[in-house]
Design a protein around this ligand. Structure first.
Ligand code: SAM
Length: 211
Protein backbone atom coordinates (compact mmCIF):
# COMPACT_ATOMS: atom_id res chain seq x y z
CA UNK A 1 0.00 0.00 0.00
CA UNK A 2 1.32 3.39 -0.89
CA UNK A 3 -1.38 5.36 0.90
CA UNK A 4 -1.08 4.61 4.57
CA UNK A 5 -3.63 5.68 7.18
CA UNK A 6 -2.27 8.08 9.77
CA UNK A 7 -3.74 6.96 13.06
CA UNK A 8 -4.20 9.89 15.41
CA UNK A 9 -6.86 10.92 17.84
CA UNK A 10 -8.59 14.00 16.49
CA UNK A 11 -9.50 16.27 19.37
CA UNK A 12 -12.84 18.00 19.18
CA UNK A 13 -12.26 20.67 21.77
CA UNK A 14 -13.46 24.25 21.55
CA UNK A 15 -13.19 26.13 18.25
CA UNK A 16 -11.73 29.66 18.42
CA UNK A 17 -14.28 32.49 18.18
CA UNK A 18 -12.76 33.80 14.93
CA UNK A 19 -13.19 30.40 13.27
CA UNK A 20 -16.76 30.16 14.56
CA UNK A 21 -17.54 33.55 13.04
CA UNK A 22 -15.98 32.54 9.73
CA UNK A 23 -17.91 29.26 9.65
CA UNK A 24 -21.16 31.02 10.51
CA UNK A 25 -20.81 33.26 7.47
CA UNK A 26 -19.59 30.39 5.27
CA UNK A 27 -22.69 28.37 6.16
CA UNK A 28 -25.03 31.27 5.40
CA UNK A 29 -23.38 31.91 2.00
CA UNK A 30 -23.30 28.21 1.13
CA UNK A 31 -26.96 27.70 1.96
CA UNK A 32 -27.91 30.79 -0.02
CA UNK A 33 -25.96 29.49 -3.05
CA UNK A 34 -27.57 26.08 -2.81
CA UNK A 35 -31.04 27.62 -2.53
CA UNK A 36 -30.62 29.92 -5.52
CA UNK A 37 -28.16 28.27 -7.90
CA UNK A 38 -29.44 26.27 -10.82
CA UNK A 39 -26.04 24.79 -11.72
CA UNK A 40 -24.77 21.71 -9.95
CA UNK A 41 -22.37 20.35 -12.57
CA UNK A 42 -19.85 18.21 -10.71
CA UNK A 43 -22.35 18.23 -7.88
CA UNK A 44 -21.50 20.70 -5.15
CA UNK A 45 -22.32 19.33 -1.73
CA UNK A 46 -20.56 20.97 1.21
CA UNK A 47 -18.53 18.76 3.50
CA UNK A 48 -18.61 18.91 7.29
CA UNK A 49 -16.52 22.05 7.78
CA UNK A 50 -16.14 21.57 11.53
CA UNK A 51 -14.85 18.01 11.03
CA UNK A 52 -12.43 19.30 8.38
CA UNK A 53 -11.23 22.01 10.78
CA UNK A 54 -10.60 19.50 13.58
CA UNK A 55 -8.67 17.22 11.22
CA UNK A 56 -6.53 20.05 9.87
CA UNK A 57 -5.89 21.35 13.37
CA UNK A 58 -4.75 17.86 14.38
CA UNK A 59 -2.39 17.76 11.39
CA UNK A 60 -0.86 21.01 12.63
CA UNK A 61 -0.79 20.05 16.31
CA UNK A 62 0.87 16.69 15.56
CA UNK A 63 3.22 18.29 13.04
CA UNK A 64 2.21 15.70 10.43
CA UNK A 65 2.57 17.74 7.26
CA UNK A 66 5.96 17.83 5.52
CA UNK A 67 5.38 21.51 4.61
CA UNK A 68 2.78 24.28 4.44
CA UNK A 69 1.45 24.04 0.90
CA UNK A 70 -2.22 23.05 0.90
CA UNK A 71 -4.72 22.39 -1.88
CA UNK A 72 -8.46 21.71 -1.74
CA UNK A 73 -9.41 19.53 -4.70
CA UNK A 74 -12.89 20.45 -5.93
CA UNK A 75 -12.96 23.42 -3.59
CA UNK A 76 -16.61 24.43 -3.91
CA UNK A 77 -16.99 27.43 -1.60
CA UNK A 78 -13.34 27.10 -0.62
CA UNK A 79 -14.21 26.84 3.06
CA UNK A 80 -11.65 24.13 3.85
CA UNK A 81 -8.91 26.00 1.96
CA UNK A 82 -9.82 29.13 3.93
CA UNK A 83 -9.70 27.18 7.19
CA UNK A 84 -6.29 25.82 6.20
CA UNK A 85 -5.12 29.39 5.61
CA UNK A 86 -6.30 30.34 9.10
CA UNK A 87 -4.29 27.42 10.48
CA UNK A 88 -1.10 28.73 8.85
CA UNK A 89 -1.04 26.92 5.50
CA UNK A 90 -0.34 28.56 2.15
CA UNK A 91 -3.65 27.46 0.76
CA UNK A 92 -5.30 27.24 -2.61
CA UNK A 93 -8.25 25.50 -4.21
CA UNK A 94 -9.11 24.06 -7.60
CA UNK A 95 -12.73 24.04 -8.76
CA UNK A 96 -14.31 23.15 -12.09
CA UNK A 97 -17.44 25.32 -11.70
CA UNK A 98 -16.83 29.01 -12.30
CA UNK A 99 -19.61 30.37 -10.07
CA UNK A 100 -18.11 28.44 -7.16
CA UNK A 101 -14.63 29.82 -7.84
CA UNK A 102 -16.13 33.33 -7.66
CA UNK A 103 -18.00 32.48 -4.46
CA UNK A 104 -14.86 31.03 -2.85
CA UNK A 105 -12.84 34.12 -3.76
CA UNK A 106 -15.55 36.41 -2.34
CA UNK A 107 -15.68 34.50 0.95
CA UNK A 108 -11.89 34.45 1.38
CA UNK A 109 -11.59 38.13 0.42
CA UNK A 110 -14.29 39.11 2.92
CA UNK A 111 -12.07 37.63 5.63
CA UNK A 112 -8.79 38.99 4.21
CA UNK A 113 -7.49 35.47 3.65
CA UNK A 114 -4.71 35.06 1.06
CA UNK A 115 -6.19 31.97 -0.59
CA UNK A 116 -5.88 31.46 -4.33
CA UNK A 117 -8.62 29.69 -6.28
CA UNK A 118 -8.06 28.36 -9.79
CA UNK A 119 -10.77 27.46 -12.26
CA UNK A 120 -10.17 24.04 -13.80
CA UNK A 121 -9.74 20.38 -13.06
CA UNK A 122 -7.62 18.94 -10.28
CA UNK A 123 -6.81 15.99 -12.54
CA UNK A 124 -3.51 17.09 -14.10
CA UNK A 125 -3.29 17.03 -17.86
CA UNK A 126 -1.64 13.85 -19.04
CA UNK A 127 -2.19 11.97 -15.75
CA UNK A 128 -3.33 8.93 -17.67
CA UNK A 129 -0.55 9.08 -20.28
CA UNK A 130 2.08 9.62 -17.57
CA UNK A 131 1.01 6.38 -15.95
CA UNK A 132 1.41 4.51 -19.23
CA UNK A 133 -2.38 4.36 -19.54
CA UNK A 134 -2.77 2.50 -16.27
CA UNK A 135 -4.35 5.34 -14.37
CA UNK A 136 -8.08 4.99 -14.77
CA UNK A 137 -10.00 8.25 -15.04
CA UNK A 138 -13.32 6.46 -15.00
CA UNK A 139 -15.55 7.62 -12.19
CA UNK A 140 -14.20 11.18 -12.24
CA UNK A 141 -16.16 14.23 -13.32
CA UNK A 142 -14.46 15.04 -16.61
CA UNK A 143 -14.45 18.24 -18.59
CA UNK A 144 -12.17 17.99 -21.60
CA UNK A 145 -12.20 21.77 -22.03
CA UNK A 146 -11.16 22.46 -18.41
CA UNK A 147 -8.17 24.70 -17.73
CA UNK A 148 -4.95 23.22 -16.45
CA UNK A 149 -5.48 24.52 -12.93
CA UNK A 150 -1.91 23.66 -11.84
CA UNK A 151 -0.63 25.82 -14.67
CA UNK A 152 -2.76 28.73 -13.44
CA UNK A 153 -1.51 28.25 -9.88
CA UNK A 154 2.05 27.68 -11.11
CA UNK A 155 2.30 24.86 -8.61
CA UNK A 156 2.62 21.21 -9.55
CA UNK A 157 0.53 18.57 -7.83
CA UNK A 158 3.75 16.97 -6.63
CA UNK A 159 4.60 20.16 -4.70
CA UNK A 160 1.62 20.09 -2.33
CA UNK A 161 2.14 18.91 1.23
CA UNK A 162 -1.53 18.46 2.09
CA UNK A 163 -4.54 17.88 -0.16
CA UNK A 164 -8.16 17.80 1.03
CA UNK A 165 -10.95 16.31 -1.07
CA UNK A 166 -14.63 15.41 -0.65
CA UNK A 167 -15.10 13.02 -3.56
CA UNK A 168 -18.30 11.40 -4.73
CA UNK A 169 -18.47 7.76 -3.61
CA UNK A 170 -17.75 6.74 -7.25
CA UNK A 171 -14.58 8.87 -7.17
CA UNK A 172 -13.13 7.74 -3.84
CA UNK A 173 -10.83 5.01 -5.18
CA UNK A 174 -9.77 7.04 -8.18
CA UNK A 175 -8.98 10.01 -5.93
CA UNK A 176 -6.63 7.86 -3.86
CA UNK A 177 -4.96 6.44 -6.98
CA UNK A 178 -4.51 9.89 -8.48
CA UNK A 179 -2.86 11.12 -5.29
CA UNK A 180 -0.74 7.98 -5.09
CA UNK A 181 0.46 8.44 -8.58
CA UNK A 182 1.01 12.20 -8.75
CA UNK A 183 1.64 13.56 -5.23
CA UNK A 184 4.99 13.85 -3.50
CA UNK A 185 6.17 11.13 -1.19
CA UNK A 186 5.33 12.12 2.38
CA UNK A 187 2.38 14.28 1.34
CA UNK A 188 -0.95 13.89 3.15
CA UNK A 189 -4.35 13.21 1.59
CA UNK A 190 -7.35 14.15 3.72
CA UNK A 191 -10.66 12.83 2.42
CA UNK A 192 -14.09 13.52 3.80
CA UNK A 193 -16.72 10.86 3.33
CA UNK A 194 -20.02 10.79 5.12
CA UNK A 195 -19.12 7.31 6.32
CA UNK A 196 -15.55 7.85 7.49
CA UNK A 197 -15.61 11.46 8.65
CA UNK A 198 -12.15 12.80 7.72
CA UNK A 199 -9.57 10.18 6.88
CA UNK A 200 -5.89 11.12 6.91
CA UNK A 201 -3.49 9.14 4.72
CA UNK A 202 0.15 9.62 3.85
CA UNK A 203 1.78 8.71 0.57
CA UNK A 204 4.60 6.32 1.23
CA UNK A 205 6.76 4.39 -1.20
CA UNK A 206 7.58 4.80 -4.86
CA UNK A 207 4.64 5.14 -7.30
CA UNK A 208 6.69 3.43 -10.02
CA UNK A 209 6.43 0.24 -7.99
CA UNK A 210 2.69 0.40 -8.01
CA UNK A 211 1.54 0.99 -11.56
C1 SAM B 1 -18.69 17.26 -2.94
S1 SAM B 1 -18.25 18.89 -3.44
C2 SAM B 1 -17.11 19.39 -2.13
C3 SAM B 1 -16.84 20.87 -2.09
C4 SAM B 1 -15.86 21.34 -1.03
N1 SAM B 1 -14.57 20.71 -1.18
C5 SAM B 1 -16.36 21.09 0.37
O1 SAM B 1 -15.70 20.32 1.08
O2 SAM B 1 -17.36 21.67 0.77
C6 SAM B 1 -17.13 18.50 -4.81
C7 SAM B 1 -16.72 19.70 -5.62
O3 SAM B 1 -15.74 19.26 -6.57
C8 SAM B 1 -15.97 19.91 -7.82
N2 SAM B 1 -15.33 19.03 -8.81
C9 SAM B 1 -15.74 17.82 -9.23
N3 SAM B 1 -14.85 17.28 -10.10
C10 SAM B 1 -13.84 18.19 -10.24
C11 SAM B 1 -12.63 18.20 -10.98
N4 SAM B 1 -12.27 17.18 -11.76
N5 SAM B 1 -11.83 19.28 -10.85
C12 SAM B 1 -12.19 20.32 -10.05
N6 SAM B 1 -13.33 20.36 -9.33
C13 SAM B 1 -14.15 19.30 -9.41
C14 SAM B 1 -17.47 20.04 -7.88
O4 SAM B 1 -17.86 21.09 -8.77
C15 SAM B 1 -17.83 20.34 -6.43
O5 SAM B 1 -17.83 21.73 -6.17
Amino acid sequence: MALVDVEIIIERSKIPRSIEKFLHEANIRTEDYLNHSRVRPGGFVPSDFVAAYYALRAVVQHNLAPGRLFCEWGSGFGVVASLASQLGFDACGIEIEESLVDAARDLADAHYLPVEFALGSYIPEGANEASGGDFDLEGFVQDDGANDAYDELQIGLDEFDVVFCYPWPSEEDATGRLFDYCAAEGALLLTYTQLDDVRIRRKEGDPEDLY
